[in-house]
Design a binder for this molecule. Structure first.
Ligand SMILES: C[S@@+](CC[C@H](N)C(=O)[O-])C[C@H]1O[C@@H](n2cnc3c(N)ncnc32)[C@H](O)[C@@H]1O
Length: 358
């Protein structure tokens, strides 16, 4: 952190209360009695306060005030010749910069009107580049013979993450996957290409299952597929993709899966549906299996009764017995959806091992 020079911090005519001055005379003993974090040791070392403590009696009041102000975080007084805060230099500089950025951002958005996803795509590529993953991403696309897109960046990145967790915990193993709300099923293709899939089961709205089945049959032609009807006796089968409509969750009546996934779909469901899927996941996953989801907060998801629901991924009905591996903001989606002065809705990634006691 850059420290301002004491001169710019030295306010004149500031009052130094006698009780404060007396307290400062005892500072040496107090400092010796307590060890802060290394970070704060350095921060304090960069200020003038240590020098002050050593020789407080030899300092003028002005020097003591300078020492206090070198700790920073305090106010900066308006200059006498500029009593208006919004005319003062710091405000003006920041205000003008904001207008410049705002104009540029508006121009970029106008230019991108034809393709609203282009900005997210661009931010996603920059993110992968900074993470050192761009080359791997391009290679994965080349292998699949598909173009780059903002959603491919997401699926590639999450598949890499699952690969990383799997390699750490279960090196060399493949998995029986359950994915809820898989959209076009693209994630399954990346996971299979990373050598992680034993079998893949998707639960989704009946219409959307068509989309996933279309992708899987085209990009994994070696896979058998099956649509599970009402009375289907389900059990996972190697190199098979199973499609289960949301109304047929009862088909999954055993502990079948070693990885359960949900990406950006709980966030669009009613609370009752989310609760039902949590029951399903805890019921159908084997002990010690991985449950990973990434979802954004939707502060006002409309409900059928005309009300709205704050669908907050931090408040999903997790079991306290989970062994949490990660529970934090999803930096990829935060970055992809950010702009100057724009705070995207909170995206949360959570990865946990389901306890045998669940
Ligand atoms: C925004 S898409 C996300 C698709 C994919 N996971 C992704 O990250 O690109 C939301 C998915 O949730 C599915 N979905 C919505 N409501 C659902 C429900 N009640 N049960 C199962 N899937 C649902 C949608 O059909 C869709 O596939």
């Amino acid at each position: 952190m850059n420290l301002q020079t004491p001169n710019t911090l030295a306010p004149h005519n500031k009052y130094l209360h006698p009780k404060l001055k007396r307290y400062m005379e005892s500072l040496g003993d107090l400092v010796a009695a307590y060890q802060p974090s290394l970070f704060w040791e350095r921060e304090l070392g960069n200020s003038l306060i240590s020098g002050l403590i050593q020789d407080i009696h030899g300092k003028t009041e002005q020097e003591i005030v300078e020492g206090i102000c070198s700790l920073r975080y305090g106010f900066t007084d308006l200059p006498d010749d500029c009593p208006q805060p919004d005319r003062q230099e710091a405000f003006q500089q920041a205000w003008q910069l904001w207008h410049t950025l705002d104009q540029k951002q508006k121009a970029i958005r106008k230019e991108l009107k034809q393709d609203a996803n282009l900005l997210e795509h661009a931010q996603g590529l920059r993110f992968l580049d900074r993470q050192g993953l761009l080359e791997d991403y391009v290679n994965a696309l080349a292998k699949l013979k598909i173009t780059s897109s903002f959603s491919n960046i997401r699926h590639f990145y999450y598949a890499r993450l699952i690969q990383q967790i799997s390699n750490e915990r279960w090196p060399g193993q493949t998995h029986d996957f359950l994915e809820i709300g898989a959209g076009a099923g693209n994630l399954a293709i990346f996971l299979e290409n990373f050598g992680l899939v034993q079998s893949y089961t998707i639960v989704d709205l009946p219409e959307m299952l068509v989309n996933a089945a279309y992708t899987i049959t085209n990009y994994l032609p070696e896979y058998d597929i099956r649509f599970c009807a009402e009375n289907y006796e389900f059990t996972p089968v190697k190199q098979t993709a199973s499609f289960i409509p949301a109304s047929h969750l009862h088909v999954l009546n055993g502990s079948f899966f070693s990885i359960a996934l949900n990406f950006n779909s709980f966030m669009e469901m009613d609370k009752q549906a989310i609760d039902g899927y949590f029951d399903l996941i805890y019921r159908c996953c084997k002990p010690e299996s991985l449950f990973l989801n990434v979802n954004r907060r939707q502060r006002a998801l409309p409900q059928r009764d005309g009300t709205s629901f704050d669908n907050n991924p931090l408040l999903y009905p997790y079991r306290t017995t989970d062994q949490v591996l990660r529970w934090e903001e999803d930096i990829l989606q935060q970055v992809m959806r950010s702009g100057y002065g724009v705070v995207p809705s909170l995206a949360v990634i959570r990865a946990a091992l389901i306890s045998p006691d669940a």
